[in-house]
Structure formats: structure tokens, C-alpha cells
Design a protein around this ligand. Structure first.
Ligand code: ADP
Length: 411
């Protein structure tokens, strides 16, 4: 399949939102993968409610951000509204310059190890994975179906959050539970945020002036959802999220690692249903459960005012992070870099400082003045003497999705 256009529309469809970006791949590539080719970005939120909102920023024309409020009934209406906004800037979905639509798909199971052009069989397979990704895949599927209805002739590419982690060795991916039961229900560790871990680990190698195959990197993707990965020579060998995005680090609203017996206890002793426990661990735990806030800015502000609950939540968050840095150092044997990314990782200097504090014996340290610098560029924050490079590497999942989709359709 050879694309004639050079633009890619990236769609990230959530249960009540659609985030989108239109990128020009000739620009992004000539700019070394920077954000230079972004033509428009936006999001539709609160789909299905009375007060849905569309925010559209037409970067190509340099125009002002446009916001519209009013009911948007479903994903189809949302995508049509997005298409109308793009058309108003001369960037409509009917443009021959559009080469592909790249869809973020959360769960690709074991089958999808690469970005994949979507056809009926692919869509069916993504549907087959709904039982292991009930919160995410249905919304992704709706987004794909809607986009296919609008442009059935255009290649549409699924880029999976799990794909980068499919290189994990079996001993890292399997839970130590009965093999037959696990296999019957496809229970294993899949990992998520893979697009970000792939992008950031590659960018980190570039920052060190090396090829990805030459370096071992621990990537700490710390957003509202958070995950760590161990990347050896460009291949993921372990990651902290598991069957679902609940496992691993302490997150904004998710508990991360927990003794599974806590769930039986909540069922038997507290009388909670499976759904209630699911909601507790996914939505009411992590930082918000510990201190009532999940925004690291607010937590830091409260700590500065002497708030003890916020301080304890921060310490629990950091302790878990440190344990993963230690564990992945052992998994990798030699660590060349630790890369911080996503909302917290890119912006919260106190988190980076605390996570690496006391790890000098492991060759890791943070330079206070470098750590205080604010920038959108990848940068080192470790002192020169440190054996391990500690870096801040802004992630760009949309660019990665666009690049993967474009590479596939222009091959
Ligand atoms: P997600 O994509 O998982 O929703 P992001 O990667 O956008 O999340 O990260 C969002 C989080 O980043 C916020 O909840 C907040 O905790 C944190 N964050 C954003 N900006 C800052 C900042 N300037 N300082 C500290 N934390 C920040």
C-alpha cells in the first residue's frame, strides 16, 4: 500500500472523549521527529452528556483556539464535529493529503506485536480482547468504526499500547499461577503505555548519542496512570503494568501493586462486590485514595504547607518508584539511563529528586540545578560524575502513533 498524502490523523478514543492530532509527516521527519509538523490538535470531552465540549487548536493557520459547548450524543457525532473543525481550516478528512488515520488501541493481546492496518479480521480480533480490556477497547473500537464509516477508502492503522511489551520474556510475562487457568482466560502480564516507552527509550538513546541497541534504559512514565519499563538494547524485557493497567506503581487513582488477598478480604469481610473493589482500586486509590488529591502540583503545595497526609502519600509514591528502579536495575544488570516522562515525570522536579535520592551506590544521582530547569526538550539531569544518565525525556505518543502508521502505509 502506498500513500499519496503525507498527513496522518491520530485518534485516541476514550469512553467519553476523543483526543486528536493532525500531523504532517514530511515536516515531523525533516525536523528530526519534533513537533514541527503538527497542523491541528484538539479534544472532545463529555461525549453523551448535555455539556459536551470540543476544543480545537488550528496550529497550521496560527488561528486561535476554538471552544464549543453543547450536546454531542456519541462518538460518531464527535468525529463529525472534529471533521467540521478541520474542514474549516482547509484540513478536512476528505483531503487527498490525508495518508492514514492512526488509532490508539489499548489492548492488542499477544497477537498484535506491530502497528496493523485495520480490516474486518483485525477489528474482530480487537473485539475478542474486550474481556481483558473492558474499560478501553470498546471505546477504541467505536472510534475505529466511526472513522471507517467516514473514510472507508483510507488506510486506518491500529497502534497498540501493548505491542512494545510483547518482547518480554515468558518468565517476566507469566504470573506464577496455575498455567491451565491462566491460559484458558488469557491471564498474563501485557503491559501498557508501550507507545510511550518505545518513543522515550529511543529518544533517551539519541540523547546519549547512541543507537537504541547499545543502551539499557529504565523508563518511568509518570502521568495520572504510571508505569515503569526495563528496556534492554531497544527491547522491552519487563514492565510494571500487567493484565490490566492496575499493577505496578502508585498512580493518580490506582493502587498499583497490592496483595491479591486484599481483594478477597474486601469481598468477604467488607462485603464489597467485584465491581465495587474494581472501582476502589482503579478510581479511589493511589494518590487520591491516600490524600484526596491526584495532582502532584496540589500535593506538593499541601506538603509545603505542612500537610502530613499529602507528605505520606508522596512518600508511598516515591518508595514504590524506588523499588522499581532497584528491581529493573537487577533485571537489566547494567543500566545506562533512567528516563522520566509524562505529566509528573516531565514536570515534578521533587519527584525526580526523591526517586533517585540515596541511589549513588547504584551510580544514580540528580544535579539540583539541572533538575530545576524547565524545558520541553530531552535533557540530562544527572551530574557528570554519575555512571548512570538520569534524563527527562518528554513523551509524544501521538507523534509515535503517527510515525508508526505512516511508516506502514508509505512502505
Ligand atoms: P495522563 O495522560 O495519564 O492523563 P499526564 O501525563 O498528562 O496524564 O499527567 C497528568 C499529571 O501530571 C497530573 O495529574 C499532575 O499530577 C501531573 N503534572 C502536570 N503538570 C505538573 C507540574 N507542573 N508539576 C507537577 N505535576 C504536574
Amino acid at each position: 500500500m502506498t500513500a499519496t498524502g503525507t498527513r496522518v490523523l491520530v485518534l485516541n478514543s476514550g469512553s467519553s472523549s476523543v483526543k486528536y492530532q493532525l500531523l504532517d509527516m514530511t515536516d515531523t521527519q525533516s525536523a528530526g521527529g519534533s513537533a514541527a509538523g503538527r497542523l491541528a490538535v484538539g479534544l472532545v470531552e463529555r461525549i453523551g452528556e448535555e455539556n459536551s465540549r470540543l476544543v480545537h487548536t488550528p496550529l497550521a493557520t496560527g488561528g486561535d483556539k476554538r471552544e464549543t459547548e453543547g450536546p454531542i450524543a456519541d462518538h460518531e457525532a464527535a468525529l463529525k464535529a472534529v471533521a467540521a473543525e478541520l474542514s474549516a481550516d482547509g484540513l478536512g478528512l476528505d483531503s487527498p493529503q490525508l495518508a492514514a488515520i492512526g488509532h490508539r488501541v489499548v489492548h492488542g493481546g499477544l497477537k498484535f506485536t506491530e502497528p496493523t492496518v485495520i480490516n474486518d479480521a483485525v477489528l474482530q480480533e480487537i473485539e475478542r480482547l474486550v474481556p481483558v480490556a473492558p474499560l478501553h477497547n470498546p471505546a477504541n473500537i467505536t472510534g475505529i468504526r466511526t472513522a471507517l464509516a467516514l473514510r472507508p477508502d483510507l488506510p486506518q492503522v491500529a497502534v497498540f499500547d501493548t505491542a512494545f511489551h510483547t518482547t518480554m520474556p515468558e518468565y517476566a510475562a507469566r504470573y506464577a499461577i496455575d498455567v491451565e487457568t491462566a491460559d484458558a482466560h488469557r491471564i498474563r502480564r501485557y503491559g501498557f503505555h508501550g507507545t510511550s516507552h518505545a518513543y522515550v527509550s529511543r529518544k533517551t538513546a539519541a540523547l546519549l548519542g547512541k543507537d537504541p541497541s547499545e543502551v539499557n534504559v529504565i523508563v518511568l512514565h509518570l502521568g495520572n496512570g504510571a508505569s515503569a519499563s526495563a528496556v534492554a538494547g531497544g527491547r522491552c524485557v519487563d514492565t510494571s503494568m500487567g493484565l490490566t493497567p492496575l499493577e505496578g506503581l502508585v498512580m493518580g487513582t490506582r493502587s498499583g501493586d497490592i496483595d491479591p488477598a486484599v481483594t478477597f478480604h474486601l469481598g468477604r469481610v467488607a462485603g464489597m462486590s467485584a465491581d465495587e473493589i474494581d472501582t476502589l482500586l482503579n478510581k479511589k486509590s493511589g494518590l487520591i485514595g491516600l490524600c484526596g488529591d491526584n495532582d502532584m502540583r496540589e500535593i506538593r503545595r499541601r506538603i509545603d504547607e505542612g500537610d502530613e497526609r499529602a507528605a505520606l502519600a508522596f512518600d508511598i509514591y516515591i518508595h514504590r518508584l524506588k523499588k522499581y528502579i532497584g528491581a529493573y536495575s537487577a533485571v537489566l544488570g547494567r543500566v545506562d539511563a533512567v528516563a522520566f516522562t509524562a505529566g509528573v515525570g516531565e514536570n515534578a522536579a521533587p519527584v525526580r529528586e526523591a526517586a533517585v535520592a540515596g541511589l549513588e551506590e547504584m551510580g544514580m544521582a540528580v544535579d539540583a540545578s539541572l533538575n530545576a530547569v524547565r524545558s520541553d526538550e530531552p535533557r540530562l539531569i544527572s551530574p557528570e560524575y554519575a555512571r548512570v544518565a538520569v534524563a527527562v525525556v518528554p513523551t509524544d505518543e501521538e507523534l509515535e502513533i503517527a510515525q508508526q502508521a505512516y511508516a506502514l502505509v508509505s512502505a
